[in-house]
Design a binder for this molecule. Sequence first.
Ligand SMILES: *[C@@H]1O[C@H](CO)[C@@H](O)[C@H](O)[C@H]1NC(C)=O
Ligand SMILES: *[C@@H]1O[C@H](CO)[C@@H](O)[C@H](O)[C@H]1NC(C)=O
Ligand SMILES: *[C@@H]1O[C@H](CO)[C@@H](O)[C@H](O)[C@H]1NC(C)=O
Ligand SMILES: *[C@@H]1O[C@H](CO)[C@@H](O)[C@H](O)[C@H]1NC(C)=O
Ligand SMILES: *[C@@H]1O[C@H](CO)[C@@H](O)[C@H](O)[C@H]1NC(C)=O
Length: 435
Amino acid sequence: MIAGKLQSQPSQLFSPKGAILTLSILTLISFSYFSFKSLGPPLPLSPSTPQLTLLPTTSSAADTVPSHAHVVSNEKENNVDEGGGDDEDGDLFTDVYHSPKLFKLNFEEMERKFKIYIYPDGDPKTFYQTPRKLTGKYASEGYFFQNIRESRFRTDDPDQAHLFFIPISCHKMRGKGTSYENMTIIVQNYLDGLIAKYPYWNRTLGADHFFVTCHDVGVRATKGVPFLVKNAIRVVCSPSYDVGFIPHKDVALPQVLQPFALPAGGNDVENRTTLGFWAGHRNSKIRVILARVWENDTELDISNNRISRATGHLVYQKRFYRTKFCICPGGSQVNSARITDSIHYGCVPAILSNYYDLPFNDILNWRKFAVVLRENDVYNLKQILKNISQEEFVTLHKNLVKVQKHFQWNSPPIKYDAFHMVIYELWLRHHVIKY
Ligand SMILES: *[C@@H]1O[C@H](CO)[C@@H](O)[C@H](O)[C@H]1NC(C)=O
Ligand SMILES: *[C@@H]1O[C@H](CO)[C@@H](O)[C@H](O)[C@H]1NC(C)=O
Ligand SMILES: *[C@@H]1O[C@H](CO)[C@@H](O)[C@H](O)[C@H]1NC(C)=O
Ligand SMILES: *[C@@H]1O[C@H](CO)[C@@H](O)[C@H](O)[C@H]1NC(C)=O
Ligand SMILES: *[C@@H]1O[C@H](CO)[C@@H](O)[C@H](O)[C@H]1NC(C)=O
């Protein structure tokens, strides 16, 4: 009897167990089936792009078929009539993106859902809430502060928020002549206040918080709060690894010197007769070498001294219109407004840098519209640029014109501009943390 009972138990236990096992295998199979089916051929996403977050959108069969068909028909249109077509997103489906379809789908989901809470604390007359100005080298910081308030992404309800914005302006601190030590103290006190008053920081030690700074003093200013650097998302113009920039967590903010003095360049290949151009301060090793090696060259127009932007008749800017490749060596930081100047004026940037997590690198394929080189390539620079055929140059130039909109700030912001691209990068990162 006892033996019989014991014997029957395993089989009784086994069948529900077996059912659960079968069920979970089936679930797994159908889940992977849908995931593979919806993702299609492996898409070249960088490690910082969370692929799984796309599943809810793309694996719903109803959505996938029509939008896929839409995508294909757009691609065809685009091949026939480049740059034409009346679909405002038509030119999205080009190879300047790593994954144009995912970008479009995810971008639309972001527009519908993304909500950001801005901490209301801090006197706007000091270092908080409002930008210093919307012009000059650090304009990107000012535009972000202004744009977020003008945008649909702002929410006044912290419970609706995916991310929390700490609105502290490092550029403004610098403008008021605050010492570095005091900056660190100011940021620390402000944040301690927020941490004590609101429950949001403590939930993830700041992982769903971000701050935005274009001025490189942001690095020093945030030293006093280790978790602000370690755990929160830093949106910075100077994404140098030597100041602790973490590519999959932090966001490279494009440094854009707005307003531009002259209109955007494009479709003006025939006027681009100079091979390469650079004029600037020799404030980094790579710039010193660049000037020393090429200063007397007849094909590379390398000026030993900076041409003041204020010099009569916009001499500096006009050179961008006449050049094929604008040389962009890093200065005191890896970034430089010269890159976005080049993009604006239709001059293909030739970037000389050993490490630079270029803005929107995980969305845009920089090699389709720029020449990305290592610093050591400076010695072969002329041969490298001469080796690029006219045909390849024309392709780079055309692609450059397609990405111009991503490197431009507007007020109010418009779809696919620099603000929306930064917001999109934040949207990708919010999937990584979920409270
Ligand atoms: C730094 O803060 C102290 C104390 O608030 C103040 O006395 C001093 O003037 C500040 N220094 C600068 C350069 O801002
Ligand atoms: C968050 O944690 C810190 C440190 O433990 C504590 O001092 C603070 O009061 C907490 N904040 C809230 C709102 O509970
Ligand atoms: C090329 O330069 C000439 C002279 O400056 C100008 O008139 C012409 O419009 C330029 N062509 C293009 C396509 O920009
Ligand atoms: C460039 O020309 C100047 C003046 O002739 C000369 O002193 C300098 O050494 C030259 N530089 C190089 C790299 O040849
Ligand atoms: C330029 O192209 C030639 C021929 O393809 C090649 O041998 C040479 O290594 C290239 N030089 C550089 C600097 O890329």
